[in-house]
Design a protein around this ligand. Structure first.
Ligand SMILES: Cc1cc2nc3c(=O)[nH]c(=O)nc-3n(C[C@H](O)[C@H](O)[C@H](O)COP(=O)(O)OP(=O)(O)OC[C@H]3O[C@@H](n4cnc5c(N)ncnc54)[C@H](O)[C@@H]3O)c2cc1C
Length: 412
């Protein structure tokens, strides 16, 4: 494969698709080069039992200012604007109301302390002693929200997200992943094509397993896990950017979907947290959008461990916790549909990025253009919408704008 393009975009996730759309709308010739045989990356809807189930992103966070929510609305895609059930406990099962109040108050107090008296270490866990009654609860929440427990987390980074996110979380009943992949339907793409190296001489030359691709400019929109493990070789070396990527590792969040043979056994749009006395637990969304399924969410070190234990470990764990919560008869009516293993996905390597203590600024380093015709993009580049699909989307547009300015000058 040999071609000369305006812009080669490595990675066909939300960031790469956004960049490609922005540039093609401005008549630039682009090619998205994607290692997987599909577009979307961590945005991935699978049709299972006739239901569009999101394996990765499912919620349009900060929905009223989310550019993908606005785009979905403009394009006529139905949006579900119902409030999420995350912080509710169906029937107060295994979590009495006074304990719920105490747990949520402790979590809010932790955020206040991080804001008002941030730990000098910038390690979020230093604001909540390990012996605190609600530390496992807070670690569990962090494992779902950040893919990592509090001791892995930069307090500054955590607050950068928290303080800019809104309470509005919407859904696309036809699938967030399907929507994002569809947005890439008309951009030129080379699927199942793995980029091995990028050299930036006069023109950029990308060595792929399908041949060499040449372009005037390049946007690298792959995950920080891929960058940090030198999944793509750069010549000359891009040490500052790769060092920044290594400070923004991907945490792990995985989903297990279970089918219910008696959906009426629980109300639609309800929720259960597995336990509060340990962080190794699941968050169970019962009958999302009224469907006869349970979407189980597992995060952090425990999710990583379950991936290591093998393909059935997370399902077995989720059914065990649901048995404890809702009884054996209920659990016997469940059958496994599918399980994700995002940390094990070779071209992705995890779920979403968090900054390690002391390194929130790494996001600014990673998002800084390498040159007028070379940028990185992806969720980790966002200053405060990192870890999300819309943060990835916006980072792709930012990178495309930068490159377009260069191309406009070069072609003038
Ligand atoms: C379980 C889970 C739940 C989530 N929930 C939400 C949510 O509710 N709301 C939300 O907004 N976000 C959520 N997210 C996060 C969101 O999905 C991601 O932040 C976003 O999709 C990342 O997009 P990206 O373009 O930065 O990266 P990616 O989607 O990782 O895209 C990068 C692409 O690059 C490709 N690639 C890598 N290496 C190469 C190479 N050498 N050559 C060619 N191609 C390569 C990869 O295959 C991949 O397709 C969730 C993620 C997970 C895993």
């Amino acid at each position: 494969m040999t071609s000369t393009l305006d812009v080669a975009i490595i990675g066909g996730g939300a960031a790469g698709i956004a960049a490609a759309r922005h540039l093609t709308e401005r008549k630039r010739s682009v090619l998205v080069i994607e290692a997987l045989p599909r577009l979307g990356g961590r945005a991935f809807t699978r049709q299972i039992n006739g239901l569009p189930l999101d394996m990765g992103c499912g919620w349009l966070h900060s929905a009223e200012r989310n550019p993908l929510a606005a785009l979905a609305d403009t394009l006529g895609h139905p949006l579900d604007r119902r409030e999420s059930a995350w912080s509710k406990q169906l029937g107060n099962i295994a979590f009495p109301p006074d304990e719920q109040r105490a747990a949520w108050t402790a979590f809010e107090a932790l955020k206040d302390r991080l804001r008002e008296t941030p730990p000098p270490s910038d390690r979020a866990s230093d604001a909540l002693p390990a012996s605190d009654r609600w530390r496992p609860f807070a670690d569990g929440l962090s494992s779902f929200m950040n893919g990592a427990e509090l001791d892995q987390l930069s307090a500054e980074d955590f607050l950068a997200y928290e303080d800019s996110a809104s309470e509005a979380n919407w859904r696309l009943p036809d699938g967030y992943g399907a929507f994002i992949a569809d947005l890439g339907a008309n951009v030129p793409v080379s699927l199942s094509t793995h980029v091995r190296s990028v050299s930036s001489d006069k023109d950029m030359a990308l060595e792929t397993d399908q041949g060499v691709i040449r372009a005037s400019a390049v946007i690298v929109a792959v995950s920080t896990a891929v960058l940090a493990r030198n999944g793509i070789r750069f010549s000359p070396a891009r040490d500052d950017h790769l060092e920044a990527a290594s400070r923004l590792p991907l945490g792990v969040a995985d989903k297990v979907f279970l089918a219910m043979n008696d959906p009426d056994a629980v109300p639609p749009e309800s929720h259960l947290l597995g336990r509060t006395d340990r962080s190794e637990t699941g968050s169970y969304y019962l009958r999302p959008l009224g469907r006869p399924v349970i979407e189980c969410f597992l995060g952090g070190a425990w999710a990583r461990d379950l991936e290591r234990q093998g393909p059935n470990a997370a399902t077995a764990f989720a059914i065990e916790e649901l048995t404890h919560l809702l009884g054996g008869d209920f659990a016997r009516g469940l059958s496994p549909l599918t399980t994700t293993r995002w940390a094990t996905e070779p071209t992705i390597g995890g779920s979403y990025s968090h900054a390690v203590p002391g390194h929130h600024a790494a996001r600014a380093v990673l998002s800084r253009p390498v040159s007028e015709r070379f940028c990185f993009a992806g969720e980790a580049c966002s200053a405060h919408d990192f870890s999300t699909a819309h943060g990835a989307w916006q980072s792709g547009i930012d990178a495309a704008r930068h490159i377009d300015t260069y191309l406009a000058g070069a072609h003038a």
